[in-house]
Structures are given as structure tokens and as C-alpha cells.
Design a protein around this ligand. Structure first.
Ligand SMILES: *C/C=C(C)/C=C/C=C(C)/C=C/C1=C(C)CCCC1(C)C
Length: 278
């Protein structure tokens, strides 16, 4: 898989965006592990899951990066052509660029992202269970149905699988909107505001995936569509996993403070800015 030829700037764009995503995933993974102690134990599971999502994605970005580097070779004046004198990059014979890593990644990380969203709410066990039983199978179905379309070069086939995948996608959004609204009513005001932000972030970033998927359908020539899809998926991944994870942390910390005044007291005293005041 992959287009036959990329011009110099197209190649560099994909190379850099994949590298950026890899760095973001690793940094967020470390951050989320380090801050475990800054929330109450009941919220730590959400942070652990969020850190796992970033680690799984970092691993896959590493594989995607290697696959991309191995799939293309520089051509230009002089031989061998290098990044310095390359005019363009062509797909070499061999394994090609493996698009499958993204889907394997999503198959693991998308259910985990939904799990961490539900975990940070610290709901009653039955409510939690019923939410997860709806969200997790739907998310797996969404990714599985999208894959045959992703690897097809026939726009008709792409469209059909894409439409099928959109059904569980809409169902997930529906559950998150209706059921999350219900549990939001019982949350402290600041938490309610952040949960709303979390939902909007989820809608805005998850919405990028079907749009990036559709790029080849819009009649954009194939190298441009390939680059657009790689950039779209990578940026959306950084927002949907890293920024989302940081927001989960913020909510977990606010909920910890709201749940336990002595924990809040201790944490505020431990903050460097208040040392001089005491
Ligand atoms: C970290 C990765 C995330 C949050 C991936 C999310 C992926 C989607 C919401 C994908 C959705 C798709 C459709 C709704 C239709 C076309 C096929 C997909 C799989 C791109």
C-alpha cells in the first residue's frame, strides 16, 4: 500500500508528522505515569489506561515510521540520491507502506479511550458496566468495518465500508451524549464544564477520521490524498490521545479535590507557589 510517488515536500510532510506524533505519544505517556500520585486512588485507573493508550500508539507510530522510511527511496540527480539532492521519493518493491498498523492501533486504543472516559466519572458499577457494554463492542465494530474500505482502491467499496462503519460511530456519539449528560448532572460545576469540554474534544477529533478517510473520494489526486490522510489521522491521534489524556488528568484532579478536602489541602500546600505564604 501507499502511492507510487511523492514529491519532496509531500514526503517530508508525512515523515515529520509521523515523527511529531511519536514524540507526543511518548511524552504524554511519561507525564501520565508521573502524575499518578496527584489524584485520588479511585481515579488512577483512568490515568493508567490513558498512559497505556499513549504507549500503544507510540509503539505503532514507531512501526509506521519505519514502514514509511523503508517503503520509499529518494530519486534525484546524482546517485545514490539522498535527502540533500532528492527530487522525489518512489515506492520501492517490497512490503510497501503498511496502513494496517493504524487500524491495529485503533482497535486497541479506541475501546481503551472509551474505557478511560467512563472510568474518570467514577460511576456506580452497574451504570459503568452498562455504558461499557454499549461503547466497547460498537467501537471495535466501527474499526473492523472501516478497514476493508481503507485498503481498497475502489471508491465504491471504500464508500460502502465507510458507511457501514459510520453506523456504530453514530451510535457511540449518541450514547456519549445521552448517557454522559445524565451522569454529568451529579458532578461538581468545574468538573461539569470540563466533561463538556472532553465531549466536544472527542466529537471534534473523532470527526476528523471519517473526513480524512473520505479524502480519496473527493477526487484529489492520489499523492495529495495520501498525504492529507496521513496528516489528518496523525494530528487527530495526537489530539484524541494526548490532549484527551491531559484533560482526563485535569478532571481526575478536580474530582479528587472535590471528593476529599484534606487531599486538596495537602496538595495545595505542596504546591511550590504557596510555600512562601505559609
Ligand atoms: C486514537 C484513535 C482514534 C480515536 C480513532 C478513531 C477512529 C475513528 C472514529 C474512525 C472512524 C471511521 C468512520 C466513522 C468511517 C470510516 C472509517 C473510519 C474507521 C475511519
Amino acid at each position: 500500500m501507499g502511492v507510487l510517488e511523492l514529491d519532496y515536500s509531500q514526503y517530508q510532510t508525512v515523515y515529520n508528522v509521523i515523527s511529531f506524533a511519536l514524540a507526543s505519544m511518548l511524552a504524554t505517556f511519561i507525564f501520565l505515569l508521573v502524575v499518578q500520585g496527584r489524584v485520588l486512588p479511585r481515579y488512577r485507573q483512568a490515568l493508567v489506561i490513558s498512559a497505556m493508550v499513549c504507549l500503544i500508539a507510540a509503539y505503532h507510530y514507531y512501526r509506521i515510521f519505519n514502514s514509511f522510511e523503508g517503503a520509499y527511496v529518494a530519486v534525484g540527480e546524482g546517485s545514490p540520491a539522498t535527502a540533500m539532492n532528492a527530487m522525489s521519493y518512489v515506492l520501492v518493491n517490497g512490503e510497501g507502506f503498511n496502513e494496517g498498523y493504524r487500524y491495529v492501533d485503533w482497535l486497541l486504543t479506541v475501546p481503551l479511550l472509551l474505557f478511560e472516559t467512563v472510568a474518570v466519572l467514577a460511576l456506580a458499577p452497574q451504570v459503568r458496566k452498562s455504558l461499557l457494554l454499549k461503547l466497547i463492542p460498537a467501537s471495535a465494530l466501527m474499526i473492523i468495518l472501516g478497514y476493508p474500505g481503507e485498503i481498497s482502491s475502489d471508491n465504491m467499496v471504500r464508500g460502502i465500508w465507510g458507511a457501514l462503519s459510520t453506523i456504530p460511530f453514530l451510535y457511540i456519539l449518541y450514547v456519549l451524549w445521552v448517557e454522559l449528560s445524565r451522569s454529568m448532572k451529579t458532578q461538581p460545576a468545574q468538573v461539569r464544564k470540563d466533561l463538556n469540554g472532553l465531549r466536544l474534544l472527542l466529537l471534534a477529533t473523532w470527526g476528523v477520521y471519517p473526513i480524512a478517510y473520505l479524502i480519496p473520494q473527493l477526487g484529489i489526486e492520489s499523492a495529495g490524498a495520501f498525504v492529507g490522510r496521513q496528516v489528518g489521522y496523525s494530528i487527530a491521534d495526537v489530539l484524541a490521545k494526548c490532549l484527551f489524556g491531559l484533560l482526563i488528568y485535569k478532571i481526575a484532579r478536580e474530582k479528587s479535590f472535590a471528593d476529599d478536602a484534606s487531599f486538596a489541602d495537602q496538595e495545595i500546600k505542596a504546591a511550590p507557589s504557596s510555600n512562601t505564604a505559609s
